[in-house]
Ligand binder design. Structure first.
Ligand SMILES: Nc1nc2c(ncn2[C@@H]2O[C@H](COP(=O)(O)OP(=O)(O)OP(=O)(O)O)[C@@H](O)[C@H]2O)c(=O)[nH]1
Ligand SMILES: [Mg+2]
Length: 639
């Protein structure tokens, strides 16, 4: 945020014009939003750029569906899937947004460029990345839940950018909602985050993305989204930027098409960009590369359409430059001037990716070598802004840092589906030294649990050095607990939480800040059951060892010596022979074999395995399977 001569903050849309700040006595006149609009070129007036931000599942993508369909971009008979912007496979499977995406609708002759963002804390980097390209944001809050940890994170980032959010209290179609209290809580959050007077005086609406309606207050009847469209036109300032200045386009998203190659998505901050023109790419190290804009595309609903030119303030896609990174600038070749690079928070979690060296290595994957692994990780860095990849002293191991287990988990799952085979180590929290003090990341954790489970949740977080911030008992005998807890304490906590609440609890957490280390604590896990030799697991052997613990495998699974096949009921690890077959004799036994069944095994999904894995263990990931393995003592010593 810019600061004027007397040190007061200047709002983003004002600072671009170098005009006076609000409520300050530095001598320059105050400028209202309408004056700002007058200063715009005619083309800028007809554009609004807005990001949709919220906590996970508060209904961002569903709201975009409603905005798209009510702006009339779909044909009447067109089959449109729900959450149409969640277009990649993993997003559809999990029902979450992972990557932020651009779309645009036209309302009253104004183009509204909309950026949908992910709400999950691990993808916070995506939100930070796109906030620089918009002039306003729509903060969605669930009428029932109110602001949650990630609401706080995204709002903080938006306020830091000088944006003035419009608040949309969503899901009011549901029973027993309390929308007015949600607005009060949002105001508290604004105050807590140090919003200025103008930001605290935020416009708000009530509505339902699913129901497709918005209204200014709870008493009014409405069956459409027009009040929201109107609020966007009224409260989001038109984009700033000078079309007369030399071209400056900042790259915020990268995409790829087989036909066009690398596609760059970003905002034209200044100047005009034309199809076919020469341009200069200014890299993050300051070096310059000349090229040509081979394709210029604008957004229209879900389509990207050819356009001849775009001017300052618009969000567009271009092709023509291959070797680009997020944050770099495409500028006018005669006067190349870089925009400041995009800054995102540092990662908090580290994992080591290792070439697979298990006894079953190379059997199932297409890409298995260290070079292939390294190239793939480097490629990911181009688009994944919050990720860091570093080489280690061994050519077979790479240190990969991300924003959480899900962030890294999605990368692992994507690579696995592409045919990669590799191993990953237990996720480790990244410590930092701040002013000479060793610090660790802490997170805010909000849990909604049945009353009966409150005691055990508090106790479990106590042993993990969590500090309780708030406790509220709501309707239906459910209690909301708020904690600040070291990220270390949350690794592996989800499984315990599900057990403690018998699957009825809801928890969500988001990075809060770095704090001085709180010392060691133990997060106990039972020992594991380890396969004693290579072979195929048999029903007979599994049945015989059933009282040892719970298995992760079924009869017929191929195992090797050192592979983890289950969890022991005791604290120690135990090797067992799981491939024993029943002795076959040709003497008929008196009683017929009783039809026997095995206890159902624990399904080790990727996320569960990442939470479960211990420090001397590895998770082997291949396109077909996921296996946990105990590292031999010799290998551990090498680590
Ligand atoms: N009752 C009701 N349910 C809604 C409404 N809007 C969204 N939902 C439901 O809430 C769930 C989450 O919706 P999404 O639109 O995927 O939420 P999101 O904020 O985009 O989620 P992420 O992108 O993963 O952060 C879905 O099951 C929707 O059907 C609403 O207005 N009313
Ligand atoms: Mg979404």
């Amino acid at each position: 945020m810019a600061v004027c001569a007397s040190g007061a903050k200047i709002n983003r849309y004002q600072s671009h014009f170098e005009i006076a700040c609000r409520g300050c006595a530095c001598g320059r006149s105050q400028v209202s939003l309408n004056n700002v609009t007058d200063l715009m070129s005619a083309s800028n007036k007809a554009i609004r750029n807005i990001a949709i931000i919220a906590h996970v599942d508060h209904g961002k993508t569903t709201l975009v569906d409603a905005l798209l369909s009510q702006s009339g971009i779909f044909r009447d008979n067109e089959a449109v899937p729900t959450c149409v912007l969640d277009s990649n496979d993993l997003e559809r499977e999990r029902g979450i947004t992972i990557l932020s995406k651009n779309t645009a609708v036209t309302y009253n002759d104004t183009r509204i460029n909309i950026v949908d963002t992910p709400g999950h804390a691990d993808f916070g980097g995506e939100v930070e990345r796109v906030l620089g390209m918009v002039d306003g944001c729509l903060l969605i809050v669930d009428a029932n839940e109110g602001p949650m940890p990630q609401t706080r994170f995204v709002l903080k980032k938006a306020l830091e950018q000088g944006l003035r959010p419009i608040v949309f209290v969503n899901k009011i179609d549901r029973a027993r909602v309390d929308p007015e209290t949600a607005v009060d809580k949002v105001l508290d959050l604004f105050l807590e985050l140090g919003a200025d007077d103008d930001q605290c005086d935020f416009p708000y609406l009530f509505g339902s993305g699913l129901g497709g309606f918005a209204k200014p207050d709870m008493k009014t009847e409405s069956d459409n989204m027009r009040p929201l469209f109107d609020a966007i036109l009224r409260h989001v300032p038109p984009p700033v930027g000078d079309p007369e200045k030399p071209l400056q386009l900042q790259i915020t998203t990268l995409d790829y098409s087989d036909f066009l190659g690398r596609i760059i998505i970003g905002r034209v901050h200044n100047g005009v960009i034309r199809q076919g023109q020469r341009a200069t790419l200014i890299k993050d190290d300051g070096s310059e590369k000349k090229g040509r804009i081979s394709k210029l595309l604008g957004f229209e609903g879900l389509q990207r359409v050819d356009i001849a030119e775009a001017s300052a303030g618009d969000l567009i896609a271009v092709a023509g430059f291959d070797d680009v990174n997020i944050g770099e600038t495409i500028a006018c070749p005669d006067e190349p001037k870089a925009l400041p690079l995009i800054k995102v928070d540092e990662p908090t979690l580290q994992m080591t990716f290792v070439v697979n060296d298990s006894p079953f290595a190379g059997k199932e994957g297409k890409f298995v070598t260290s070079r292939q692994l390294r190239d793939r990780l480097q490629r990911e860095l181009l688009t994944n802004v919050a990720l860091r990849v570093e080489d280690t002293d061994s050519p077979d191991r790479f240190s990969v840092c991300g924003r959480g287990e899900l962030h890294l988990g999605i990368l692992i799952e994507t690579m696995r589906r592409e045919g990669f085979e590799f191993q990953v180590s237990q996720p480790q929290v990244i410590f930092r030294t701040i002013d000479g003090t060793p610090c660790e990341p802490v997170e805010t954790l909000v849990m909604d649990v049945p009353e009966a489970a409150v005691g055990s949740c508090i106790e479990k977080l106590g042993t993990r050095k969590g500090e309780m911030q708030n406790m509220e008992t709501g309707a239906d005998n459910r209690t909301q607990l708020e904690f600040v807890v070291p990220s270390r304490g949350l690794i592996g906590f989800r499984g315990e939480f599900i057990r403690a609440t018998r699957g009825e609890g809801i928890m969500s957490h988001s990075f809060f800040e770095y704090r001085p280390m709180v010392g060691d604590f133990e997060t106990r896990r039972n020992g594991v059951l380890i396969a004693f030799e290579e072979g195929t697991a048999t029903f007979y052997a599994l049945k015989g060892a059933e009282d040892r613990g719970q298995f992760f495998i079924t009869p017929g699974t191929k195992v090797y010596k050192g592979m983890i096949i289950g969890e022991n009921t005791r604290q120690q690890d135990m090797e067992i022979n799981i491939c024993k077959a029943k002795q076959v004799t040709n003497i008929r036994s008196a009683g017929a074999d009783v039809l026997d069944t095995l206890q159902s095994p624990i399904q080790m999904t990727l996320e569960r395995a990442l939470e479960y894995i211990g420090p001397d263990e590895m998770l082997e990931v291949t396109p077909e399977s996921m296996r946990l393995r105990k590292l031999p003592a010799k290998k551990m010593a090498k680590r």
